[in-house]
Design a protein around this ligand. Structure first.
Ligand SMILES: Cc1cc2nc3c(=O)[nH]c(=O)nc-3n(C[C@H](O)[C@H](O)[C@H](O)COP(=O)(O)OP(=O)(O)OC[C@H]3O[C@@H](n4cnc5c(N)ncnc54)[C@H](O)[C@@H]3O)c2cc1C
Length: 453
């Protein structure tokens, strides 16, 4: 049996694991680290460029976030934005962004939200019909002039290729380790099949290799919950694996157009995004559907889904309660189901789209087959509610961080990394330090002064 020992192991090399590893390699004195993933490269599951909407969420347009959280999200996104400017400049593009409201109810909601957000975000503006028509003509062309509309607008929304950012994070982690004389090993194509607690930390098994470590970062996306269950906690949380699909069309918008989102629905409401790597194409979605697998297109992960407890009587009751007794979520689910039906589905989707882009035609829309990741939304089976936590709470004294489908996603991975690294150095002992100030200076210093939020 092949044995390898490290101070800290990062399980999963998506954007979450890679950001934490890079931060630790560059800004702490932890000397022996390893990153492990079963895929052949970084960022190939939900972080993959075809798997998510590629939006850098910065709190301006996410109407489901409480105002305080929106401000926090802006600060956390700045860490990723600064990293991208400095180390992966091709992976981030500034585009205009709108939160577009149609009809009296949405218009009143957006006016109120603007009043609350404007003191915190100087770049945010409230646009009336004429200005919307000038900036995003497709939203107004062909619209009934008596229909009320309004929009929150920022010139600084972001299209991000999170996969490329993750490749750069992985490279920078290695550069930092090399320059500071630390050990950082990466194991790709290495699937962890068992995790156990030991007197001094954890033991992980992958084929004929046994890894041990003193503290552990579990950033395995939807699979993080499986490790928690294996270690005997968070049994009351089960994942509902919701696939987010989308249509593509020739770009009709000039940036990102979001629509008001109900906070009870874990997916953004219908939105229009320029493809991060090809601005002549826009993605329109999401359409969510229950998929009984942890990773899109990987049928072997159905077994992992079955192990998660989601299909036990307690699990089924939990997520049925969460969906059926939550009218906005139930209605969203029914709408998605309808839109995914053969023949009539595309027409129903077009009807939804035309509320925002009135002149859109059926022939403009192409379903992006098999694209879009799987969000493993955790359900608390004790009360049938959706967990909004970005981290799975661990038992007292367990030296491990568990990152669950962090909301609002990859955009806040820098904030998660800071919290994780603070924990690791605390768990490792008083001889260990984290120079958080240097980390912030390095990343935030890369943001042009006028653009710091
Ligand atoms: C449809 C959709 C749209 C989204 N849009 C956005 C958006 O616009 N903006 C945004 O900020 N976020 C968005 N998100 C969320 C975002 O994609 C995720 O929050 C983020 O990518 C999660 O990163 P992660 O590193 O935590 O997990 P992942 O990227 O899923 O990485 C987990 C890693 O763990 C590895 N792993 C799993 N099991 C094992 C094992 N047993 N052994 C070894 N390795 C293992 C996997 O191979 C994988 O590489 C979206 C998500 C979805 C589903």
């Amino acid at each position: 049996m092949n044995k390898r020992h490290y101070d800290v192991i990062f399980l999963g090399i998506g954007v979450s694991g890679a950001f934490t590893a890079k931060t630790m390699a560059r800004h702490t004195n932890v000397a022996r680290m390893a990153m492990i993933d079963r895929r052949p490269g970084p960022g190939q599951v939900n972080t993959g460029r075809a798997r998510n909407s590629g939006t850098g969420h910065n709190g301006r347009l996410e109407s489901n976030l409480a105002i305080g959280r929106a401000i926090e999200v802006s600060g956390e996104f700045d860490l990723l934005r600064g990293f991208a400017y400095k180390y992966a400049p091709g992976a981030i593009t500034t585009v205009p962004g709108l939160l577009f409201g149609v009809g009296a109810k949405d218009v009143a909601f957006l006016r109120d939200r603007f009043a609350k957000l404007a003191p915190h975000f100087q770049d945010l503006r409230l646009l009336e019909r004429d200005e919307i028509a000038r900036l995003e003509p497709a939203l107004i062309e062909g619209r009934d002039p008596s229909e009320p509309v309004v929009a929150l607008y920022t010139a600084e929304a972001y299209a991000v290729d999170f996969e490329s950012v993750t490749v750069a994070l992985h490279n920078e982690a290695h550069r930092a380790a090399f320059e500071t004389g630390k050990t950082l090993d990466t194991y790709f194509d290495t699937e962890i099949t068992r995790v156990t607690r030991t007197a001094t930390g954890f033991e992980l098994v992958a084929g004929d290799i046994t890894f041990t470590c003193r503290s552990l970062e579990v950033a395995m996306g939807n699979n993080s919950i499986l490790v928690a269950h294996e270690l005997g906690f968070a049994q009351h949380l089960v994942p509902t694996t919701v696939g987010g699909s989308y249509y593509v069309a020739d770009a009709r918008v000039k940036g990102k157009v979001y629509t008001p989102q109900d906070e009870a629905v874990p997916f953004a409401a219908l939105h229009f995004d320029l493809d991060a790597n090809n601005h002549s194409v826009m993605r329109i979605g999401p359409l969510a559907i229950l998929l009984f697998m942890m990773e899109r297109g990987s049928y072997r992960t159905t077994w992992e889904y079955l192990k998660s407890g989601a299909l036990t009587p307690r699990g089924i009751l939990g997520w049925l309660r969460a969906i059926l007794f939550n009218p906005p979520l139930r209605n969203f689910g029914l709408m998605c189901l309808l839109c995914l039906l053969p023949i009539v589905g595309k027409r129903e989707f077009l009807r939804q789209v035309r509320r925002f882009i009135p002149l859109m035609q059926l022939s403009d829309l192409t379903f992006a087959d098999g694209a879009g990741g799987v969000r493993g939304q955790l359900i608390d089976t004790t009360n049938g509610t959706m967990s909004k936590a970005t981290r799975i709470p661990t038992p007292e004294g367990m030296p491990a961080n568990f990152i669950a489908a962090p909301s609002p996603g990859a955009s806040v991975s820098g904030g998660n990394a800071v919290r994780s690294v603070r924990n690791h150095v605390k768990w490792l002992g008083p001889d260990y330090w984290f120079d958080e100030e240097a980390m912030r200076a390095d990343l935030l210093g890369a943001i042009p002064a006028r653009a710091v939020s």
